[in-house]
Design a protein around this ligand. Structure first.
Ligand code: C2E
Ligand code: MG
Ligand code: MG
Length: 714
């Protein structure tokens, strides 16, 4: 999902809603299955921070454990295991290493549970040694293993020689047993190899995300699954189709022991079925979906759009001079042309969209999952451009134009027939308008499209002619000393006046202007930082926002490095702010790019933390130095208890992960005081200063000696 759509959906400019906050808190703290903690290295293991997960694990609420209020961790630990745990932790502390130790605890109510604790000793803010780690319940896993060890495998012979794969797994997706046939189906030499390698069925085996969920659900409802067909990865990454039959194995007390079942390779059958289906649903010439399949896809698209609140665009395309080519060069050339166009159209769309051919030279695009008109308009422009590229037929070069008519769901109809009819009407309007353009069915949408196109053109001009400005907003430390600034792009349209950054950044992202725009901001910001930092004892950190879009570009790190060299600015003085949408894409690539940035020497901040898919796993996996709490987590902090609670959790989470925590959108003294008390490191917001032009910030740095007085600037 593009960064801009995230912003729009989560509406960081709108007032925060209690529901959103509750959700953020949930994801931040409660999502962990198990208990994250920080404790003192003392004889009680006195807890300083305990996550919500401890309630499920121990029966005690975080408050009851924190500061040994009701019970200490030493007391929770089983008496017979205490000495061993302490020795294991001590040994790791002495060696400066991480530890992992398995032991028993006594939960409230007296039950014994088996846990694994993993942790490490670190120094806290005051230099005191503390232990941080994570404790999870492994009681079930252990019990299953033991029960199975005792059970005898009576049917060993059948098991070894069956032609079907046979397995036993835990609920979590680890193999307890596998036979040679299963190993063969999945591409392993032996069952041992399979069991050692394939440790996470949910993610490693099934191609379709969520497939294992369905398996669990069926099991829960019926105690078995029959002919459960899924596509799976073999060891070498190739895909096959399997059919599973499985059931739950229970112990003598009715307790869950494992799943057990068989697997059959049904790839051949599926292939044959798929071929038959293809023939019924596809156009023979181009291989595109035909009218029948398009109807299905539209119905699916509508259901999806309804559920998620997206909209749907149906685009009717008619080629402008197909008839001429077909008549003058013959059918073979006409067919060739249609095939080329089909390929180009497919290339313009994402895999979730559909290109269909209705017959003749009529194509239809079904565009799913957009929240913004802007991105649909960009797509239409791309389609026109692509169709318009020269085509060589029979040794001659041709230019083909197209007229596009667009109907939107909801608004222009709520079933396939009506949408197609209205898209067709709009297509004729496009032909009337002189061909090679697109028209929406609704007048209002046409107006929006015109406005968007003219904004885009003006932005392009502004970028070429130096019409883009950069303002700077200070970030201060707890004593209000300016320690950094954030560069923010500003653009004034010659007629419309100032355009909000959220708006023009979104346009830039959709039209490929984001790289030149960012380059301009980086150049200005680097030059300013160099000036301001000349002779400064502690240099200011210059923060620049990098769109998620730019991470699709492999050269981005080298590009920024080049600009740093050009400006002769030490990379350590630069911070790049990125949003969580960066992490939604290919995460291995993202890790690689972020590591390259780190290697370059810049620092990395996660912007707008708390508005998106705030997830602990991002914070753990990616090399981020700073998190910036979005102003949604700040607004209302001084008067609403639930906001305060979430902010507190977010700050302590940031601190426990040893990140610099910055609060955005600090607008009054009460917010500042609260956040400072919670341990926030830096503050940014109108209380301290609005974003101001270069010259004004220069004055501010000189006059005040870099200390921002509230009254003067608010
Ligand atoms: P952001 O990076 O989260 O920037 C902070 C935004 O909060 C700025 O809005 C700033 O003016 C505003 N702000 C600061 N203090 C306060 C406060 O106390 N109260 C309130 N209500 N707002 C405050 P702005 O300048 O409108 O920028 C909006 C967004 O546009 C930025 O959010 C950033 O994501 C994006 N943006 C701006 N410049 C650039 C750029 O050069 N590149 C990219 N990729 N994005 C940019
Ligand atoms: Mg920012
Ligand atoms: Mg922000």
């Amino acid at each position: 999902m593009p960064y801009s759509t995230l912003r729009q959906r989560h509406g960081s400019l709108s007032s925060p809603r209690a529901v959103d906050r509750a959700r953020v808190l949930d994801t931040l703290v409660n999502n962990l299955e198990g208990m994250a903690y920080r404790c003192r290295h003392d004889c009680h293991w006195t807890m300083v921070f305990v996550s919500q997960g401890c309630l499920a694990l121990t029966g005690y609420a975080p408050d009851e454990l924190r500061g040994n209020a009701v019970i200490s961790w030493e007391e929770v630990t089983h008496p017979d295991d205490r000495a061993r745990v302490r020795a294991a932790v001590q040994e790791a502390v002495d060696a400066g290493q991480r530890f992992a130790v398995q032991y028993r605890i006594t939960a409230r109510g007296g039950q014994t549970r088996r846990v694994v604790e993993r942790g490490v000793a670190v120094r806290d803010e005051r230099g005191e040694r503390v232990i941080e780690g994570f404790i999870e319940d492994v009681t079930q896993r252990q019990a299953t293993l033991e029960a199975l060890e005792h059970a005898e495998l009576r049917y060993r012979h059948i098991f070894e020689h069956a032609s079907e794969g046979i397995f036993q797994t835990t609920r979590e997706g680890q193999y307890l047993a596998a036979n040679p046939a299963l190993a063969r189906i999945y591409g392993y030499a032996t069952p041992q190899e399979l069991m050692a390698d394939l440790s996470d069925i949910e993610h490693r085996l099934y191609v379709q995300a969520g497939r294992r969920e369905v398996f669990h659900r069926l099991m829960k409802a019926q105690g078995q699954v029959l002919n459960f067909e899924s596509e799976v990865f073999r060891r070498d990454g190739t895909r096959i189709w399997i059919s599973e039959n499985a059931h739950i194995v229970r112990g003598s007390q009715g307790e869950f022991l494992c799943y057990e079942g068989t697997v059959q390779d049904i790839t051949e059958r599926r292939r044959y079925q798929a071929q038959l289906e293809r023939q019924a649903n596809h156009d023979l010439l181009t291989g595109l979906p035909n009218r029948v399949l398009l109807g299905d896809r539209i119905a699916q698209g509508i259901a999806r759009a309804q559920r998620l609140g997206y909209f749907l665009a149906l685009v009717f395309i008619d080629l402008d001079n197909f008839k001429y080519i077909n008549d003058s060069l013959g059918h073979a050339a006409g067919d060739e042309l249609l095939k080329v166009i089909a390929t180009r159209l497919t290339g313009c769309l994402r895999s979730s969209d559909t290109v269909a051919r209705l017959g003749g030279d009529e194509f239809v695009l079904l565009v799913n999952d957009h929240y913004r008109m802007g991105s649909v308009i960009s797509l239409l422009e791309r389609v026109l451009q692509d169709i318009g590229r020269p085509i060589v037929l029979g040794g001659r070069e041709f230019h083909v134009g197209a007229s596009l008519g667009v109907a939107m769901y909801p608004g222009d109809g709520d079933d396939a027939q009506q949408l197609l009819k209205h898209a067709d009407v709009a297509m004729y309007a496009a032909k009337d308008r002189g061909r090679n353009n697109f028209q929406f069915f609704t007048r209002e949408l046409n107006r929006q499209a015109d406005e968007r196109l003219s904004l885009e053109a003006a932005l392009r001009d502004a970028l070429e002619q130096g019409g883009l400005e950069v303002h700077y907003q200070p970030k201060v430390d707890h004593r209000r000393r300016i320690v950094g600034v954030e560069a923010l792009a500003r653009w004034t349209h010659p007629e419309l006046g100032p355009v909000a950054p959220d708006r023009f950044i979104a346009i830039a992202e959709e039209t490929g202007l984001i790289l030149p725009l960012t380059t301009t901001v980086l150049r200005n910001a680097f030059a300013a930082a160099r000036r301001w930092n000349q002779g400064r004892e502690v240099p200011l950190r210059m923060a620049v926002n990098l769109s998620a879009q730019l991470f699709l570009n492999d050269g981005i790190v080298a590009h920024v490095a080049g600009l740093l060299r050009e400006a002769e600015l030490p990379p350590a003085q630069v911070e790049l702010e990125i949003t969580e949408s960066v992490f939604l894409g290919d995460s291995e690539r993202t890790v690689a790019l972020l590591s390259d940035f780190k290697a370059l020497g810049v620092t990395l901040a996660m912007d707008d933390f708390g508005t998106g898919y705030s997830s602990l796993s991002y914070l753990r996996r990616f090399p981020l130095d700073t998190i910036k709490l979005d102003r949604m987590l700040v607004t209302g902090i001084e008067c609403e208890e639930d906001v305060a609670m979430i902010a507190r959790a977010a700050v302590s989470l940031g601190k426990s992960l040893r990140k610099t925590v910055v609060a955005e959108g600090v607008e009054n003294q009460a917010q500042f005081d609260f956040l400072r008390f919670q341990g926030c490191d830096e503050f940014q917001g109108y209380l301290l200063s609005r974003p101001v032009p270069d010259a004004q910030l220069t004055r501010l740095l000189q006059e005040s000696g870099g200390v921002v007085a509230a009254a003067a600037m608010a």
